[in-house]
Design a protein around this ligand. Structure first.
Ligand code: NAD
Ligand code: GLY
Length: 373
């Protein structure tokens, strides 16, 4: 196992909203030091979930004390269902009751659920208070903590209520991944592979070689995956912060994946990253059906997913209640729909994803009928 002595800092270049992503080990123990320069008063409000609190809240709080920073913490239930109006209300009321002003910093300590929810709360409390992301899942370190997308889910679909709101700092402590269950590591790894499949075929090849060791805990490989993913995402976000075009590529597998998640119902049965994995395979197979992508590439991707233990087929979650019409309905609710035309991220091969705005519903119907057979 490689050792990793130094942290690495990447910059998300967004003019006056630029910020650093610091990646390294044991950063939580020094969080207070990293937060300090971003505080106008020695006080932060931190929101986390029960699982993260059990492992990481004490060392985090100790790091604040060491810097004479006064902290208040709120601990929420874990899981996708926490990304709701109900929990948003709780967070906002707690924030307001503590007597914040526009300079008070809100810290999201947790995975993508906490990051998305707390990020949205920061965006709307007092019309915007400073936000710092301390991501503690692989998924959040490689994707959700970077780029400023914040949101909650509604019964109508995922992430339909939210805001673009950039953090002031992202502190990605690789050590926190030591307590993350394997299933969650795998779910995050689905988003790592995504960067290779979109436009970095060399990185996909790197994943094929190193994916299993990374998943099994190699810190050096995890560091490389988080750095590379954040580097790619930071470049995309710098060029297209509000998803006018290029950024949509980061949604590879998500239109299918979100439809699967809505159909299953948000919860433990199907994790977001697992839905993305199944959705990615579905997107490549759909591209193959449309004559865009070779069968060899699809086989190669399926083989890598299978080798590391990622779910490939929806058969493990699908029930008799699933129908093509329902899935199309969920896709229609997805925010990537513009003027009743279904937008899909399709691929001409590994590393050659593109945005297609003219996907015929009939082609999609045939593909989904086949998936549900
Ligand atoms: P999550 O936040 O639910 O975390 C997964 C589980 O791991 C939870 O049970 C959590 O309590 C636990 N956990 C977190 N850190 C831990 C740690 N270090 N040790 C032990 N347990 C820990 O899920 P996630 O996969 O991190 O995020 C999924 C969410 O991210 C979805 O809602 C998805 O929509 C969102 N997302 C957002 C973006 C974006 O750009 N904003 C991008 C991708 C995904
Ligand atoms: N995860 C997709 C995006 O940030 O745009």
């Amino acid at each position: 196992m490689k050792t990793l002595n130094q942290s690495k800092t990447l910059r998300v270049d967004l003019g006056e909203r630029s910020y650093d992503i610091v990646i390294g080990k044991n950063l939580i123990n020094r969080a207070g030091k990293y937060l300090r320069p971003h505080l106008s008063e020695p006080r932060v409000l931190t929101i986390t979930d029960e699982n993260v609190a059990a492992h990481w809240l004490e060392p985090y709080k100790a790091s604040l004390v060491a810097e004479n920073i006064c902290g208040s913490e709120m601990v929420l239930p874990p899981g996708e269902k926490t990304k709701s109006f109900g929990q948003l209300k709780r967070v906002i009321e707690w924030v307001l009751q503590t007597g914040v002003d526009r300079k008070t910093v809100l810290v999201a300590l947790g995975g993508g659920v906490i990051g998305d929810l707390v990020g949205f709360a920061a965006a709307i409390a007092l019309r915007g208070i400073p936000l710092i992301q301390i991501p503690t899942t692989l998924l959040a370190q490689v994707d959700s903590s970077v780029g400023g997308k914040t949101a909650i889910d509604t019964p109508q679909g995922k992430n339909l209520v939210g805001a673009f709101y950039q953090p002031r700092l992202v502190l990605a402590d690789l050590t926190t991944l030591d307590t993350l269950p394997l299933r969650q590591i795998l779910a995050g790894y689905a988003e790592v592979i995504k960067y290779g499949l979109i436009n970095n075929p060399d990185f996909f090849e790197w994943c094929e070689t190193n994916g299993s060791d990374l998943i099994n805990g190699d810190l050096g490989l995890r560091a490389h995956a988080v750095e590379k993913s954040c580097f790619i995402k930071a470049q995309v976000v710098a060029r297209d912060e509000r998803e006018a075009g290029l950024r949509a590529l980061l949604n590879l597998g998500h239109t299918f994946g979100h439809a699967f998640e809505v159909e299953v119902g948000f919860g433990k049965k199907l994790l977001h990253g697992e839905a993305v994995a199944m959705g990615t395979i579905a997107a490549f197979e759909f591209s193959q059906r449309l004559g865009l992508c070779s069968g060899q590439d699809v086989v190669r991707i399926r083989e890598h997913f299978r080798a590391v233990g990622l779910p490939i087929d929806i058969s493990s979650v699908v029930t008799k209640k699933w129908t093509t019409d329902k899935l199309i309905h969920h896709m229609g609710k997805d925010k990537k729909v513009e003027a009743n035309v279904l937008t899909f991220i399709l691929a001409r091969g590994i590393g050659s994803a593109f945005v297609s705005k003219n996907v015929k519903i009939q082609d999609l119907r045939i593909h989904l009928d086949n998936l549900l057979k």
